[in-house]
Design a binder for this molecule. Sequence first.
Ligand code: 5GP
Ligand code: MN
Length: 336
Amino acid sequence: MNPINGIFPLLTAEKSIIIIPHKNPDADAIGSTLALFNFFKKIGLNATVVSPNLFPKFLNWLPNADKIIIAENNIDSTSEIIKKADIIFCLDFNTLSRIDILENCVKESTAIKVLIDHHQEPSEFDFLYSDTEIPATSQLVYHFIELMDKEDLIDKEIATCIYAGIISDTGSFRFSSVKPSTHKIVAKLLKKGISHSSIHDNLYDNNTIDKLKLLARTIDLMDELKEFRTCIIHLNKDDLLKFNYQKGDTEGFVNYGLMLENCVFSVALFEDLHKNLVKISFRSKGNFDVNAFARKHFDGGGHINAAGGISKENMVDTIQKLKNILVNYKSLLLEV
Ligand code: 5GP
Ligand code: MN
């Protein structure tokens, strides 16, 4: 593995560069990839963003979001584009299994592979820029540009993408992962002319009535397990369909569990509309490590206080499995 600055001299105009976020990308994944894309365009590079699947509609307004190629819409032509790539940047994930239908294609590619990410236990890449202490990959993109000594070229569009990613992965600066460097960078982004309140409005005050009613349903179904300081929320297919579920509608719902007094562990389970599986989000407070929990029991991963995973069992069995596992974590949860 090489130090990240080794990639800088290889970034030349004749190279074809692909930038890929993880499947089901969130605002940090799309914010960081578009920040890097807009920056590469600015310095005259030939870059393309390819997302494994569709991103939520509430990210459509990010500068150049309309240029993102959605691989699942046409996997054959996307594979051709990736095959011709000279350099592939992977952003906001730590292992190629996180890009789903693009995994094999990227693995087989002879392109130079670069990882910019903040998840635990990154895999081997040709160039690795990973820092689990940094709250958002979008912040790492800022540092990457800084390392290239091209901070001056960050314009309002690039700054907007970085800011959107940072507020999303920091819960608008409230998570413990926020660093002094995060605020210092944000001060610089503000000086680039971004409109922080409209970015916030675009991300969070842009809901359909169906989504808010789905949230109300979720909270109605909330299950507080006081003895484990845990909250479980779940949504079945029927509820998702009743409220006309659109991609991204359940983002952030898991955080509502942590609003309960004394709750340190929130689990949100959502039935997949197309496959027989349950997608799970985990959030915690303090030192309860949900990355380890998700890896060990639900084929997932993430960060210490925010992780995800899946279950191939049905909703009832998954919740029962979760409750059985919780017994082994009781003392850890009470110590937080
Ligand atoms: P979310 O709960 O918002 O989907 O994801 C929280 C964090 O966990 C994100 O950083 C995300 O990248 C990671 N994550 C979510 N689902 C999975 C998964 O299935 N596997 C792994 N390794 N990480 C995940
Ligand atoms: Mn992230």
